[in-house]
Every structure is written in structure tokens, then in C-alpha cells.
Design a protein around this ligand. Structure first.
Ligand code: PMT
Length: 402
């Protein structure tokens, strides 16, 4: 994951160098961005050496001024799209005021406005500046807009005064970054096998049976598991999604290929989550040549595919096995039926007729069904948050069964 670290001009700027190291220990790729004032306190060279990347200091630097280099100026702006988080530490009163007002006179404030990534600020300044109504109002504005604030510590300040204004500890800042990015360590050392996307069953060389799964739910599960420290095996039907970096990605097309891949890899997994929309039937025979139209109707004979989840459930051992249920009616009854028939530890049911739930949406609305326990219904949330709730529950299943 990539984060931009904005360093602004305060005495605490030197502490940002230590912060880079700690963020790298979290396996984060850090792009440093410095304001002019920050460079009065610490040189860009320090951050370039630590990050191994060019430090962005100007919106239009001398080297970008020539027309031949316009591309590289645009490339700098592209940082806004590439990052997963913007952290500003230390954040001066001036930078907070610029963010609150929407001023975009330098690279950092432009980046703040241009990015859709979450923003964390760690202010540091003189106590009177910190307590000033202007600063507090700017902070209230930023908080109301969703900016995360790591409040400064109290103590001796560089100006000789005592009070709040000292940059929060590196630990506190890293903790907040981890929290906002969903980086936890509760799946460290675990292997999670996830199935995602649709399966395709060929009728002839040009036609196949499939469904509307985009893979978004499964890929969100993969991302959440990785951020929590797990090694991820992602068995995926065809999707247009970006392969998650660092995941062991196993592409498949048919239910039989998914079946084989899951059989081969399940022994490595501590947790299996079957989010794929697997075909229940396939053509009994695949025609080798393209089928020709004729005047009569056409009857396709279908045969059942292997039930991968039921097979896993029968042989699950210590593994936590989670299935999904895509339903259009009688959700609770069908989900509880699948929980029992497939011997799963949990079934995550989604009513795919609901707006914002199920296929090819960024959000989902799910209810988690567990044996001998009341169901847990979640409100509409993005698929990454749903994924995290599923892993919270999977971990509690494991704890309870120990
Ligand atoms: O991919 P998205 O666009 O993000 O959409 C997400 C989703 C709607 C696909 C997802 O949330 C979901 O509901 N996945 C399960 C779809 C499905 O196949 O449901 P089902 O009720 O038909 O199957 C029940 C469970 O058995 C599922 O875990 C399924 O993976 C599994 N199964 C089904 C058939 C089969 N032959 N083998 C299986 O293992």
C-alpha cells in the first residue's frame, strides 16, 4: 500500500524521518512531500534516502517547467489517485488552515484537495497557536469532513513553553494510520483461502453459462485479510479487477477448476471463505463446434457441479469454513438450510434483490448465520468493511472452539 507523508515546517519535522522507518515496517510504500518551510528544518535528501524515492517539494519545479516535462508535472498530480492514505506530520497551524479553507497554492494542499484517500493529520505547534480559536475551528471543520486528527502531546515545547502542541508519539501516529487503513495483526501467521468471482461453463466454443458476479466481494475479503496480516490464496473466476499485490492468485474458469484448486490448496488454510458465485449446473456435454441455429427449439441438458463448500465442510478439521448464500427470497430459511447442509461454521447471506447488495456493487447488506446462535444483521456498508466484520466473526468462532 502506498501513503504520502506530508511534512510541513515545524521543529518536529525531523521526527518525520523516524516516522518513515516505522511506516515502512508496516510494509507501507512512503512518498514524501515537503513544503518549502519544512525544508528549512530538514533536507529533502534525508527523505529521498529513507524512502528511495524522489521527494516532491514543488507543484511546478524547475525541471518540470519545460514543455517536454509536462508529463512529469501531471505524474506528480497522479500521486493523489495512487495513494491509499495521506498523512501530514507534523501539520502546522498554517497547513491546517489551508486544508480547512481549500487553498491549493502548494503541492501538499493541492494533494489534500485532489485525493479521495483518507487523511490523517498530526498537528504540532506552540501551545497558544494550538489553543487559538482559529486553529481549533479549522480542526473542527476538518474533523467534520472526515479528517482523522492525532492530537498533540503535552509537555515542554521547542519555544520554551509548557502545554499541548508537541507532535504525538510515532507509536500513536502509526497506530492511527494502521487503524484508518484497517491494518491489524490479528491474522498474522494465518493463511486464508478465498474464492471470488463467477464460474463459466462452456456450451460450445463461443457460448457459456455464467452469472453476474464481479468478484468485488471476494477481492475485498482478500484485501482485508492481507491488511490484517494473513497470507491469502485467492482462487478467482474471471473478473476485471486488479490482482491484489502479494496474494497467491489462482485463476480458474469452470466450477471443476475451482473445485480442483480449492482441493489442492485448502490444506494450507486456517480459514476458508467461499464468496464465489459458483454454477450449480453445467452442460452435460460441451459441443466441440459452434452449435448451429435451426428452426426448432433447443433443450440443453445440465448436470450438477460438485458442491465445493459442502465437500470442504465435511472435511474441515480445525479450519473455519465460511460460505455465502445469494438469495432472492426466504433468506433466513435458505441460509440456515445451507449452514446445516454444507456443515459450514458460518453462512453470510445477501438478499441480492436489495439495492446496494449482492452482485457488482461496491456495497453489500449481509446477515451472518451461525449454528446455535442468533443471526447478526449488518447495515449497508462497503464490501471492505463487510469483509472485516466477517473476519472478526471468523476469529471469534476460532476462539470459541479452542
Ligand atoms: O462478486 P460480487 O459482484 O461482489 O457479488 C458478490 C456475491 C453476490 C457473488 C457474493 O456476495 C455471494 O453471495 N456469493 C455466493 C454466491 C453463491 O453462489 O451463492 P449460493 O447460495 O448459490 O451458494 C452457497 C455457497 O455454496 C456459496 O458459498 C458458494 O460459493 C458455494 N457453492 C455453490 C455451488 C457449488 N457448486 N459449490 C459451492 O461451493
Amino acid at each position: 500500500m502506498k501513503i504520502a507523508l506530508g511534512v510541513t515546517g515545524g521543529v518536529a519535522a525531523y521526527k518525520a524521518a523516524e516516522l518513515v522507518r516505522r511506516l515502512q515496517q508496516e510494509k507501507l510504500d512512503v512518498q514524501a512531500v515537503m513544503t518549502r518551510a519544512a525544508q528549512e528544518f530538514i533536507t529533502p535528501l534525508t527523505f529521498a534516502a529513507l524512502t528511495g524515492q524522489k521527494v516532491i517539494t514543488e507543484i511546478f519545479s524547475a525541471e518540470n517547467a519545460a514543455p517536454a516535462n509536462v508529463e512529469s508535472a501531471i505524474e506528480h498530480i497522479a500521486v493523489a489517485q495512487r495513494i491509499d492514505l495521506l498523512l501530514v506530520a507534523p501539520a502546522t497551524a498554517d497547513s491546517l488552515a489551508k486544508f480547512a479553507q481549500g487553498l491549493a497554492g502548494d503541492f501538499l494542499s493541492t494533494l489534500y484537495l485532489a485525493t479521495k484517500a483518507p487523511v490523517v493529520v498530526a498537528p504540532a505547534m506552540n501551545v497558544n497557536m494550538w489553543e487559538h480559536a482559529a486553529t481549533q475551528e479549522n480542526l473542527a471543520t476538518l474533523r467534520a469532513r472526515g479528517v482523522h486528527v492525532v492530537a498533540p502531546d503535552e509537555g515542554y515545547l521547542a519555544c520554551g513553553m509548557v502545554g499541548a502542541g508537541r507532535l504525538a508519539s510515532t507509536d500513536a501516529i502509526v497506530l492511527k494510520v494502521r487503524d484508518v487503513l484497517g491494518l491489524r495483526h490479528d491474522l498474522d501467521g494465518q493463511t486464508v483461502l478465498i474464492t471470488a468471482g463467477p464460474t463459466c461453463e462452456d456450451i460450445d466454443p463461443v457460448r457459456f453459462l455464467t452469472n453476474r458476479s464481479s468478484g468485488k466481494m471476494g477481492y475485498a475479503l482478500a484485501e482485508a485479510a492481507q491488511r490484517r496480516g494473513a497470507r491469502v490464496i485467492l482462487v478467482s473466476g474471471p473478473t476485471d479487477l486488479k490482482i491484489p499485490e502479494g496474494a497467491d492468485w489462482v485463476p480458474v474458469r469452470t466450477t471443476e477448476q475451482m473445485h480442483q484448486a480449492v482441493r489442492e490448496r485448502a490444506a494450507e488454510a486456517n480459514i476458508v471463505v467461499m464468496a464465489a458465485a459458483v454454477s450449480d449446473y453445467r452442460p452435460a456435454a460441451t459441443h466441440e463446434q459452434k452449435m448451429k441455429r435451426d428452426d426448432g427449439g433447443l433443450t440443453l441438458t445440465l448436470e450438477p457441479t460438485p458442491d465445493i463448500l459442502a465437500e470442504l465442510g465435511r472435511e474441515k478439521g480445525q479450519r473455519v469454513v465460511v460460505g455465502f448464500a445469494a438469495e432472492t427470497n426466504n433468506v433466513a430459511e435458505n441460509a440456515r438450510g445451507k449452514l446445516a447442509r454444507k456443515s459450514a461454521d458460518m453462512i453470510v447471506a445477501n438478499d441480492v434483490t436489495q439495492e446496494g447488495a449482492g452482485f457488482d456493487t461496491d456495497t453489500n447488506i449481509v446477515t451472518m448465520y451461525l449454528p446455535d446462535a442468533p443471526e447478526i444483521s449488518l447495515p449497508k456498508m462497503n464490501k471492505f468493511d463487510v469483509a472485516n466484520r466477517i473476519f472478526d466473526q471468523a476469529l471469534s468462532i476460532r476462539k470459541n472452539s479452542k
